[in-house]
Ligand binder design. Structure first.
Ligand code: ADP
Ligand code: MG
Length: 231
């Protein structure tokens, strides 16, 4: 099994200051944070093969160092139910990216498990010049972008710190379930928040990390997109 150090070093060797999605997911999964199953494909045939292995439905995404916001350039197609849809999506993504980002170097197409709808959350890591690694938590989408409803703690964190971060946001009640929806798995969520802090403490070369979205369910959580930026 690879180590976090090996993942970080191989990106450095290629002259990159960030990890690609599958590398970021591999690193955080070494810390026990649940991520979608992923397989990198380099051809349409490989993508179909990967989809069969992962199991339908799947999601296809562009993997390119020049594409940071994948969905902005038509680089993400979700909920593909069979081989035909995978083949079509594979071609469509390449076409979209080639026309919108002609200079993009294409590493491949990432095939991954489709995570069913749930509560979308964000967990982030930044490095404060004074306090060091700092974990951020919030509800996804407009809650973060419009209401800026987030909480912060300096790592390392205890489960109690993580609990405090959950309770602090205005949208806390959404985690507990409302209008008949079930509460999300708070224990798994707190563990993931603590582990993000540990990653920051143990890997000083990680400048920033963005898990967005993390989808929370009554029986677990899953990281659907991950980005790690090196210092
Ligand atoms: P980016 O943030 O680079 O545009 P994402 O990987 O976050 O790309 O994908 C965009 C959106 O597509 C996500 O916010 C999520 O709603 C959806 N999505 C991405 N991957 C999956 C997945 N594996 N399962 C379900 N939905 C997904
Ligand atoms: Mg994203």
């Amino acid at each position: 099994m690879v180590s976090p150090r090996e993942i970080l070093e191989s990106a450095r060797r290629e002259g990159r200051k960030f990890l690609l999605e599958h590398e970021s997911k591999e690193l955080i999964s070494l810390y026990g944070i649940p991520v979608t199953k992923v397989k990198l494909s380099k051809s349409e045939e490989e993508a179909v093969q990967a989809a069969e292995e992962i199991g339908y439905p799947v999601v296809l995404k562009i993997v390119s160092p020049q594409v940071i916001h994948k969905s902005d350039v038509g680089g993400v197609i979700v909920n593909l139910k069979n081989e035909e849809e995978v083949r079509k999506a594979y071609r469509e993504i390449l076409e979209n990216v080639r026309s919108k980002v002609p200079e993009a170097e294409i590493v491949g197409i990432l095939v991954q498990e489709f995570a069913p709808p749930g509560l979308e959350l964000i967990i982030g890591l930044t490095r404060d010049p004074q306090f060091g690694p700092t974990v951020m938590f919030g509800l996804g989408g407009i809650f973060v972008e419009v209401f800026e409803d987030v909480s912060f703690r300096v790592a390392p964190l205890t489960e109690e710190d993580a609990e405090g971060m959950l309770r602090e946001i205005k949208g806390y009640k959404l985690l507990l379930g409302y209008r008949g929806s079930e509460p999300v798995d708070l224990e798994s969520l707190k563990r993931a928040i603590v582990r993000v802090g540990d990653i920051g403490v143990e890997n000083s070369e990680i400048a920033e990390m963005d898990l967005n979205p993390v989808i929370a369910y009554p029986d677990g959580i899953k990281v659907v997109d991950a980005r790690i930026i090196l210092g």
